[in-house]
Design a protein around this ligand. Structure first.
Ligand SMILES: Nc1nc2c(ncn2[C@@H]2O[C@H](COP(=O)(O)OP(=O)(O)OP(=O)(O)O)[C@@H](O)[C@H]2O)c(=O)[nH]1
Ligand SMILES: [Mg+2]
Length: 399
């Protein structure tokens, strides 16, 4: 993973956090030794340390199906495992939103799946996260990338149910059924996802440092699971919208961008990045590099115009070749995939945003802490010795 600019920056940020935490701890000890510790100062230090420990970077991948979201996640984050870790296939693949993070409280890595039938209950995914008994837990053997990639295939599982059942679960809509639109006939059986949500915890260095990745399924997912658009995406610091160079910007890409993604930038002030994936489909042995480059530039300009974003926000790349380049240690292929350009951008923005957020969060917390101090003069329970507070299953989870 030595080529991975993103992991290097995130690691640098994690090291910076550790240094600040050590300094704060030393400062507190010094105050104690000199009997200068006052309740308010003590609490301020505690809150600052807590804010640093809880700080997470949420990165969401959103796009129509088959644009290469999952392949891009594999290429940016998991090439170090030497294989395609998350399932990425032709057609509709990822069937439920999948969150990847590191659960510091769990003894070992796991994949937890929320059955699709929970859609019958009027209960949010966030609420279910506090009720582990409703999830199916599968262990992940982190020593075996093959076993992990096999287990991850659960997130693409579907099952066939009667039309009634699909309707009850809110998973059949005749206006979206092209066969019904053509023939006017309802199907007897409908294929639906097996799971509603997946939580994946494993000790990848980036996830350990507080990165949370959200992979979303393409087709209809944003309409089917309102929690995605209402809370999960708005709580991400950055949203990566993926287009494919072989299809260009289609009508459904545009619809998704205009209804679900672009508003996140304007209303929630999220950082939006566009990946123009699959540029390898434009590579042509009969053309020289310069004219292939021109074709890619034209696609990039058109995509930027249609989405009304700056051209610099659109990153032409090939996730497939980037992944292959990293796995095979082929520097030339990796450079040609242009994946490092996106990684460089993400690492600069990601680390900068985290540092800003951590710094910004202190004054308000300090005020709250001081108020609490006045009400309850005793010090709260000591900080989490593990270092990074609660993980995905805990009440702290921001989604
Ligand atoms: N040629 C080429 N194919 C790619 C690239 N990235 C992904 N693909 C292929 O495109 C198909 C879809 O990729 P996925 O990663 O499953 O796409 P997705 O956006 O996650 O799709 P859903 O999970 O269905 O929403 C797979 O066959 C990938 O191998 C790329 O850069 N170049
Ligand atoms: Mg996918």
């Amino acid at each position: 993973m030595q080529n991975d600019a993103f992991s290097q920056r995130l690691e640098a940020y994690a090291n910076w956090k550790t240094e600040v935490l050590d300094t704060l701890q030393a400062f507190q000890k010094w105050l104690d030794e000199h009997e200068m510790d006052e309740g308010e100062t003590d609490l301020r230090i505690y809150e600052t340390m807590d804010a640093l420990r809880q700080d997470r970077l949420n990165l969401a991948f959103v796009a129509e199906f088959s644009r290469g979201k999952t392949e891009l996640i594999n290429a940016i984050f998991f090439a170090g495992y030497g294989c395609r870790l998350l399932p990425s296939d032709a057609g509709r693949t990822t069937m439920c939103p999948s969150e990847l993070f590191y659960d510091h409280r769990a003894d070992s890595a796991y994949l937890r799946l929320l059955p699709i039938e929970t859609r019958r209950e009027d209960r949010s995914i966030a609420d279910y996260k506090n009720a582990p008994e409703h999830w199916v837990t599968l262990p992940l053997n982190t020593d075996s990338p093959e076993q992990m990639s096999d287990t991850f295939r659960e997130v693409i599982r579907t099952k066939t149910v009667k039309l009634e059942t699909a309707r009850e679960l809110g998973l059949y809509d005749e206006s979206q059924d092209s066969r019904f639109q053509k023939t006017g006939e309802y199907p007897e059986q409908v294929e639906i996802p097996m799971w509603r949500h997946a939580l994946i915890s494993f000790p990848h260095p980036l996830l350990k440092q507080g990165l949370v990745i959200l992979d979303t399924p393409g087709l209809n997912a944003l309409g089917n699971e309102p929690e995605l658009t209402v809370s999960m995406l708005p709580s991400a610091q950055a949203v990566l919208f993926v287009l494919a160079a072989d299809t260009g910007v289609t009508r459904s890409d545009l619809e998704m961008w205009e209804h679900h993604v672009h508003p996140l930038g304007s209303q929630h002030n999220k950082h939006l990045v566009v990946a123009l994936n699959k540029i390898d489909t434009l590579w042509d042995d009969l053309k020289d590099d310069a004219s292939v480059g021109q074709t890619i530039d034209t696609q990039r300009r058109k995509a930027a115009e249609l989405l009304h974003v700056d051209e610099e926000q659109v990153f032409p790349l090939s996730a497939l070749k980037g992944l292959a380049g990293k796995i095979r240690d082929d520097e030339e292929l990796l450079a040609r995939s242009r994946l490092p350009e996106l990684e460089g951008f993400l690492s600069n923005r990601g680390a900068a945003q985290q540092a800003q957020r951590a710094a910004r969060s202190h004054p308000a917390r300090d005020r709250r802490a001081a108020e609490r101090d006045a009400r309850h003069p005793q010090r709260p329970a000591g900080p989490d010795p593990q270092g990074i507070g609660e993980p995905g299953f805990a009440a702290r989870q921001e989604y």
